[in-house]
Design a protein around this ligand. Structure first.
Ligand code: ADP
Length: 263
Protein backbone atom coordinates (compact mmCIF):
# COMPACT_ATOMS: atom_id res chain seq x y z
CA UNK A 1 0.00 0.00 0.00
CA UNK A 2 1.12 3.52 -0.75
CA UNK A 3 1.33 5.95 2.16
CA UNK A 4 0.55 9.61 1.73
CA UNK A 5 2.72 11.21 -0.98
CA UNK A 6 3.18 14.95 -1.04
CA UNK A 7 4.78 16.92 -3.83
CA UNK A 8 6.55 20.17 -2.93
CA UNK A 9 7.26 22.90 -5.44
CA UNK A 10 9.16 26.09 -4.69
CA UNK A 11 8.08 29.10 -6.75
CA UNK A 12 9.07 32.78 -6.86
CA UNK A 13 6.60 35.03 -5.13
CA UNK A 14 6.35 38.81 -5.29
CA UNK A 15 9.89 39.20 -6.77
CA UNK A 16 11.83 38.90 -3.50
CA UNK A 17 10.10 35.96 -1.83
CA UNK A 18 9.59 32.27 -2.39
CA UNK A 19 6.40 30.28 -2.10
CA UNK A 20 6.12 26.54 -1.43
CA UNK A 21 3.21 24.78 -3.07
CA UNK A 22 2.28 21.41 -1.55
CA UNK A 23 0.16 18.98 -3.54
CA UNK A 24 -1.26 15.69 -2.30
CA UNK A 25 -0.53 13.21 -5.10
CA UNK A 26 -1.38 10.06 -3.12
CA UNK A 27 -4.38 9.08 -5.27
CA UNK A 28 -2.40 9.68 -8.46
CA UNK A 29 0.43 7.46 -7.22
CA UNK A 30 -2.04 4.79 -6.14
CA UNK A 31 -3.65 4.73 -9.59
CA UNK A 32 -0.25 4.56 -11.22
CA UNK A 33 0.71 1.64 -8.97
CA UNK A 34 -2.57 -0.16 -9.73
CA UNK A 35 -1.95 0.22 -13.45
CA UNK A 36 1.60 -1.13 -13.08
CA UNK A 37 0.39 -4.08 -10.99
CA UNK A 38 -2.29 -4.84 -13.55
CA UNK A 39 0.15 -4.92 -16.45
CA UNK A 40 2.59 -7.03 -14.42
CA UNK A 41 -0.18 -9.49 -13.51
CA UNK A 42 -1.43 -9.83 -17.07
CA UNK A 43 2.12 -10.37 -18.34
CA UNK A 44 2.79 -12.96 -15.68
CA UNK A 45 -0.46 -14.82 -16.36
CA UNK A 46 0.32 -14.98 -20.06
CA UNK A 47 3.94 -15.82 -19.66
CA UNK A 48 3.38 -19.00 -17.67
CA UNK A 49 1.35 -20.86 -20.32
CA UNK A 50 3.50 -19.41 -23.09
CA UNK A 51 6.62 -20.85 -21.45
CA UNK A 52 5.03 -24.29 -21.36
CA UNK A 53 3.98 -24.19 -25.03
CA UNK A 54 7.34 -22.81 -26.17
CA UNK A 55 9.13 -25.50 -24.17
CA UNK A 56 7.25 -28.30 -25.91
CA UNK A 57 7.67 -26.76 -29.35
CA UNK A 58 11.42 -26.34 -28.84
CA UNK A 59 11.65 -29.93 -27.69
CA UNK A 60 9.99 -31.07 -30.90
CA UNK A 61 12.42 -29.12 -32.97
CA UNK A 62 15.38 -31.26 -34.03
CA UNK A 63 17.35 -33.64 -31.82
CA UNK A 64 15.19 -33.47 -28.75
CA UNK A 65 12.09 -34.84 -30.46
CA UNK A 66 10.15 -36.73 -27.77
CA UNK A 67 9.15 -40.36 -28.44
CA UNK A 68 5.78 -40.77 -30.18
CA UNK A 69 4.29 -42.10 -26.93
CA UNK A 70 4.67 -38.63 -25.46
CA UNK A 71 3.13 -36.72 -28.35
CA UNK A 72 -0.37 -37.11 -27.11
CA UNK A 73 0.47 -35.77 -23.67
CA UNK A 74 2.41 -32.87 -25.19
CA UNK A 75 -0.47 -32.02 -27.46
CA UNK A 76 -2.98 -32.09 -24.60
CA UNK A 77 -0.81 -29.91 -22.41
CA UNK A 78 -0.29 -27.36 -25.16
CA UNK A 79 -4.00 -27.28 -25.88
CA UNK A 80 -4.80 -26.79 -22.21
CA UNK A 81 -2.35 -23.91 -21.93
CA UNK A 82 -3.70 -22.27 -25.09
CA UNK A 83 -7.22 -22.53 -23.67
CA UNK A 84 -5.99 -20.89 -20.50
CA UNK A 85 -4.59 -17.95 -22.46
CA UNK A 86 -7.79 -17.76 -24.46
CA UNK A 87 -9.89 -17.66 -21.31
CA UNK A 88 -7.69 -14.96 -19.77
CA UNK A 89 -7.91 -12.79 -22.89
CA UNK A 90 -11.71 -13.24 -22.98
CA UNK A 91 -12.01 -12.21 -19.35
CA UNK A 92 -9.82 -9.17 -19.92
CA UNK A 93 -11.96 -8.16 -22.88
CA UNK A 94 -15.08 -8.67 -20.87
CA UNK A 95 -13.71 -6.50 -18.06
CA UNK A 96 -12.78 -3.70 -20.43
CA UNK A 97 -16.15 -3.95 -22.22
CA UNK A 98 -18.00 -3.58 -18.94
CA UNK A 99 -15.83 -0.67 -17.88
CA UNK A 100 -16.42 1.08 -21.19
CA UNK A 101 -20.14 0.33 -21.51
CA UNK A 102 -22.66 3.10 -21.11
CA UNK A 103 -25.09 2.86 -18.26
CA UNK A 104 -28.23 3.02 -20.36
CA UNK A 105 -27.11 -0.22 -22.06
CA UNK A 106 -28.18 -2.00 -18.92
CA UNK A 107 -31.91 -1.32 -18.97
CA UNK A 108 -33.39 -4.12 -21.08
CA UNK A 109 -35.73 -6.81 -19.79
CA UNK A 110 -33.67 -9.89 -18.96
CA UNK A 111 -35.39 -13.26 -18.70
CA UNK A 112 -33.36 -14.44 -15.73
CA UNK A 113 -35.03 -17.87 -15.33
CA UNK A 114 -34.15 -18.69 -18.95
CA UNK A 115 -30.58 -17.42 -18.44
CA UNK A 116 -30.23 -19.56 -15.32
CA UNK A 117 -31.57 -22.51 -17.31
CA UNK A 118 -28.64 -22.15 -19.76
CA UNK A 119 -26.22 -21.82 -16.86
CA UNK A 120 -27.71 -24.92 -15.22
CA UNK A 121 -27.10 -26.94 -18.41
CA UNK A 122 -23.49 -25.75 -18.58
CA UNK A 123 -23.04 -26.42 -14.87
CA UNK A 124 -24.31 -29.98 -15.26
CA UNK A 125 -21.78 -30.59 -17.99
CA UNK A 126 -18.84 -29.17 -15.97
CA UNK A 127 -20.11 -31.09 -12.94
CA UNK A 128 -19.71 -34.48 -14.63
CA UNK A 129 -16.23 -35.08 -13.21
CA UNK A 130 -17.13 -33.54 -9.85
CA UNK A 131 -20.38 -35.33 -9.08
CA UNK A 132 -21.80 -32.60 -6.85
CA UNK A 133 -25.45 -32.51 -6.01
CA UNK A 134 -26.66 -29.43 -7.92
CA UNK A 135 -29.91 -27.88 -6.76
CA UNK A 136 -31.54 -24.97 -8.62
CA UNK A 137 -34.48 -23.20 -6.92
CA UNK A 138 -35.64 -20.73 -9.54
CA UNK A 139 -38.66 -18.45 -9.42
CA UNK A 140 -39.71 -18.72 -13.07
CA UNK A 141 -41.71 -15.47 -12.90
CA UNK A 142 -38.83 -13.27 -11.78
CA UNK A 143 -37.34 -11.07 -14.54
CA UNK A 144 -35.28 -7.95 -14.05
CA UNK A 145 -34.03 -4.98 -16.05
CA UNK A 146 -30.34 -5.15 -16.85
CA UNK A 147 -27.66 -6.08 -19.37
CA UNK A 148 -28.02 -9.75 -20.27
CA UNK A 149 -24.38 -10.50 -21.16
CA UNK A 150 -23.13 -8.88 -18.02
CA UNK A 151 -25.63 -10.59 -15.75
CA UNK A 152 -24.85 -13.91 -17.35
CA UNK A 153 -21.21 -13.58 -16.36
CA UNK A 154 -22.13 -12.49 -12.82
CA UNK A 155 -24.45 -15.48 -12.30
CA UNK A 156 -22.22 -18.02 -13.99
CA UNK A 157 -18.97 -16.94 -12.28
CA UNK A 158 -20.52 -17.68 -8.90
CA UNK A 159 -22.04 -21.01 -9.96
CA UNK A 160 -18.88 -22.25 -11.69
CA UNK A 161 -16.67 -21.12 -8.79
CA UNK A 162 -18.81 -23.13 -6.37
CA UNK A 163 -18.33 -26.19 -8.59
CA UNK A 164 -14.55 -25.60 -8.89
CA UNK A 165 -13.84 -24.82 -5.25
CA UNK A 166 -15.83 -27.65 -3.69
CA UNK A 167 -14.37 -31.13 -3.30
CA UNK A 168 -16.04 -33.84 -5.43
CA UNK A 169 -19.36 -35.06 -4.11
CA UNK A 170 -20.35 -31.72 -2.55
CA UNK A 171 -23.67 -29.95 -2.50
CA UNK A 172 -24.35 -26.71 -4.35
CA UNK A 173 -27.58 -24.82 -4.08
CA UNK A 174 -28.47 -21.97 -6.44
CA UNK A 175 -31.44 -19.80 -5.56
CA UNK A 176 -33.26 -17.03 -7.45
CA UNK A 177 -36.24 -15.88 -5.43
CA UNK A 178 -38.14 -12.82 -4.21
CA UNK A 179 -37.40 -11.83 -0.64
CA UNK A 180 -38.73 -8.66 1.06
CA UNK A 181 -39.52 -7.02 -2.29
CA UNK A 182 -36.06 -7.76 -3.61
CA UNK A 183 -34.87 -10.21 -6.25
CA UNK A 184 -32.22 -12.33 -4.55
CA UNK A 185 -29.60 -14.60 -6.07
CA UNK A 186 -27.44 -16.87 -3.97
CA UNK A 187 -25.04 -19.75 -4.40
CA UNK A 188 -24.32 -21.91 -1.37
CA UNK A 189 -21.65 -24.57 -1.37
CA UNK A 190 -20.24 -26.93 1.23
CA UNK A 191 -16.68 -26.50 -0.07
CA UNK A 192 -13.49 -25.60 1.78
CA UNK A 193 -14.64 -22.13 2.74
CA UNK A 194 -12.48 -18.99 2.77
CA UNK A 195 -10.58 -17.52 5.73
CA UNK A 196 -11.81 -14.07 6.87
CA UNK A 197 -8.59 -12.27 5.90
CA UNK A 198 -9.13 -13.15 2.24
CA UNK A 199 -12.80 -12.32 1.94
CA UNK A 200 -12.48 -8.56 1.37
CA UNK A 201 -9.79 -9.07 -1.23
CA UNK A 202 -11.54 -11.67 -3.41
CA UNK A 203 -12.96 -9.09 -5.81
CA UNK A 204 -9.54 -7.57 -6.52
CA UNK A 205 -8.27 -8.36 -9.98
CA UNK A 206 -6.07 -11.47 -10.02
CA UNK A 207 -6.56 -12.16 -6.32
CA UNK A 208 -6.66 -15.88 -5.53
CA UNK A 209 -6.59 -17.56 -2.16
CA UNK A 210 -4.49 -20.46 -3.29
CA UNK A 211 -2.44 -19.57 -6.33
CA UNK A 212 -1.06 -23.05 -6.86
CA UNK A 213 -4.42 -24.76 -6.74
CA UNK A 214 -6.08 -22.21 -9.01
CA UNK A 215 -3.48 -23.03 -11.58
CA UNK A 216 -4.82 -26.55 -11.85
CA UNK A 217 -8.43 -25.36 -11.94
CA UNK A 218 -7.49 -22.95 -14.74
CA UNK A 219 -8.81 -19.84 -12.98
CA UNK A 220 -7.38 -16.41 -13.71
CA UNK A 221 -8.56 -14.52 -10.63
CA UNK A 222 -10.68 -12.11 -12.69
CA UNK A 223 -14.11 -13.69 -12.28
CA UNK A 224 -15.13 -11.99 -9.05
CA UNK A 225 -13.64 -8.64 -10.16
CA UNK A 226 -15.92 -8.83 -13.20
CA UNK A 227 -18.88 -9.85 -11.04
CA UNK A 228 -18.33 -6.91 -8.69
CA UNK A 229 -18.21 -4.48 -11.62
CA UNK A 230 -21.37 -5.88 -13.18
CA UNK A 231 -23.22 -5.63 -9.88
CA UNK A 232 -22.13 -2.04 -9.27
CA UNK A 233 -23.51 -1.15 -12.69
CA UNK A 234 -26.81 -2.74 -11.64
CA UNK A 235 -26.92 -0.87 -8.30
CA UNK A 236 -26.14 -4.03 -6.39
CA UNK A 237 -23.21 -5.52 -4.55
CA UNK A 238 -21.66 -8.88 -3.84
CA UNK A 239 -22.06 -10.37 -0.35
CA UNK A 240 -19.72 -13.13 0.70
CA UNK A 241 -20.01 -15.18 3.85
CA UNK A 242 -17.89 -18.20 4.46
CA UNK A 243 -16.75 -20.57 7.17
CA UNK A 244 -13.51 -22.50 6.72
CA UNK A 245 -14.22 -26.20 6.52
CA UNK A 246 -17.98 -25.65 6.12
CA UNK A 247 -18.58 -23.74 2.90
CA UNK A 248 -19.41 -20.41 1.36
CA UNK A 249 -22.37 -18.33 0.33
CA UNK A 250 -22.06 -15.74 -2.45
CA UNK A 251 -25.15 -13.62 -2.94
CA UNK A 252 -26.53 -10.36 -4.29
CA UNK A 253 -29.91 -8.73 -4.65
CA UNK A 254 -31.74 -6.24 -6.85
CA UNK A 255 -34.18 -3.68 -5.52
CA UNK A 256 -37.84 -3.57 -6.56
CA UNK A 257 -37.28 -0.92 -9.25
CA UNK A 258 -35.18 -3.45 -11.21
CA UNK A 259 -37.91 -6.14 -11.04
CA UNK A 260 -40.10 -6.38 -14.15
CA UNK A 261 -43.77 -6.47 -13.12
CA UNK A 262 -45.59 -9.54 -14.42
CA UNK A 263 -48.54 -8.94 -16.77
P1 ADP B 1 -10.62 -17.62 -10.31
O1 ADP B 1 -10.47 -17.47 -11.78
O2 ADP B 1 -9.32 -17.89 -9.60
O3 ADP B 1 -11.71 -18.57 -9.91
P2 ADP B 1 -12.28 -15.54 -9.12
O4 ADP B 1 -12.11 -14.07 -9.14
O5 ADP B 1 -13.55 -16.10 -9.67
O6 ADP B 1 -11.02 -16.15 -9.84
O7 ADP B 1 -12.14 -16.03 -7.61
C1 ADP B 1 -11.07 -15.55 -6.82
C2 ADP B 1 -10.69 -16.55 -5.74
O8 ADP B 1 -11.75 -16.66 -4.78
C3 ADP B 1 -10.50 -17.98 -6.23
O9 ADP B 1 -9.21 -18.17 -6.77
C4 ADP B 1 -10.72 -18.77 -4.96
O10 ADP B 1 -9.53 -18.77 -4.19
C5 ADP B 1 -11.75 -17.95 -4.21
N1 ADP B 1 -13.13 -18.50 -4.37
C6 ADP B 1 -14.07 -18.08 -5.25
N2 ADP B 1 -15.22 -18.76 -5.10
C7 ADP B 1 -15.00 -19.65 -4.09
C8 ADP B 1 -15.81 -20.65 -3.44
N3 ADP B 1 -17.08 -20.88 -3.81
N4 ADP B 1 -15.23 -21.37 -2.42
C9 ADP B 1 -13.96 -21.14 -2.03
N5 ADP B 1 -13.16 -20.22 -2.61
C10 ADP B 1 -13.66 -19.48 -3.62
Amino acid sequence: AIEQVLEFRVMPYASTQLMVVVRDVTRLKQLEQMRKDFVANVSHELRTPLTVVTGYLEMMDGDMMPPPAMWNKAQNTMLEQCKRMDSLVNQLLSLSRIEGARRQDSDKVVNVPQLLGYIQTEAQSINQDKGHELIFNIDTTLDIKGAEDELRSAFSNLVFNAIHYTKPGGKIEVTWQRKNNHACFSVNDNGDGIAPEHINRLTERFYRVDKARSRTTGGSGLGLAITKHVLTRHDSQLNISSVVGKGSCFSFEFSIDKIVPQA
